[in-house]
Design a protein around this ligand. Structure first.
Ligand code: SAM
Length: 182
C-alpha cells in the first residue's frame, strides 16, 4: 500500500428487522470519519440504498456492499485487522502499535460475535471495558487511529454544508457562499 491508510469497516451480525437504523449509522460514521468502504455480512438492500443516497447527495468516494461472508474477508485482508469488543485490550495501548502504512480492517458486531472472529484478527480492542454501542466504539476508535485526519477527506457530492455558528447552511457543491453585503 502507498499513501494514507485505507480503512474498511466490517459489520457483523446485522439483523435486517432490528438493526437497519444502527447499521446505517455504522456506515455513515465510517463514511464521515475517513473510511473508504463498509461490508455488511448479511444482505440488506434497504441499508445499501439509504447509504448510497447519502453518498450521492453529500459525496464520496465511499462504497458499501452487503451479503458478503466474513471469513474470506478476514482471512484474505492484506492489512491490519482489528475487532472492537468490550473484552479486548485497551484502545489506548493498541492504537500506537497499529502501523500507519498498512490498510486497516475494523470489525464491529451487533449481537453475539462468533468465536473465530477473535482469532482471525490481529487485535481485539476495547473502547473502555464497559458495554456500549458499535457506533460509539467505531467513532472513538477511528478518531484515535487517525486524529484530525479523520475529517480531512473531501467529498464530491451534489451538496455541501457551509459551517455556521447558528442555523443550517447547505448549498450546491462549488457554489460561492452567500455574501453578507447587500
Ligand atoms: N454482546 C455482544 C457480544 O458479546 O459480542 C456485543 C453487543 S454490542 C451492542 C455490539 C457491538 O458494539 C460489539 O460487537 C462491539 O463491536 C461494539 N462494542 C460495544 N461496546 C464496546 C466496547 N466497550 N469496546 C469496543 N467495542 C464495543
Amino acid at each position: 500500500m502507498s499513501g494514507p491508510m485505507r480503512i474498511t469497516v466490517l459489520r457483523l451480525g446485522h439483523r435486517p428487522e432490528r438493526d437497519k437504523r444502527i447499521t446505517t449509522h455504522v456506515c455513515l460514521t465510517a463514511r464521515a470519519l475517513g473510511c473508504e468502504r463498509v461490508v455488511v455480512t448479511e444482505r440488506d438492500d434497504r441499508v445499501v440504498e439509504g447509504v448510497n443516497d447519502v453518498v450521492k447527495r453529500f459525496g464520496g468516494p465511499f462504497a458499501i456492499e452487503s451479503g458478503a461472508p466474513y471469513r474470506p474477508l478476514l482471512k484474505n485482508f492484506p492489512g491490519t485487522k482489528v475487532h472492537l469488543t468490550m473484552y479486548g485490550l485497551p484502545m489506548q495501548e493498541v492504537v500506537p502499535q497499529i502501523p500507519k502504512d498498512r490498510d486497516l480492517l475494523v470489525v464491529v458486531g451487533a449481537e453475539k460475535v462468533p468465536r473465530d472472529v477473535y482469532d482471525l484478527v490481529d487485535w481485539n480492542v476495547a473502547v473502555g471495558n464497559q458495554p456500549h454501542s458499535e457506533v460509539a466504539a467505531l467513532a472513538l476508535f477511528l478518531y484515535a487511529v487517525q486524529g484530525d485526519a479523520a475529517f480531512a477527506k473531501t467529498f464530491q457530492g451534489q451538496i455541501e454544508v457551509e459551517p455556521s455558528a447558528r442555523g443550517k447552511v447547505v448549498r450546491p457543491r462549488g457554489e460561492a457562499a452567500p455574501s453578507d453585503e447587500s
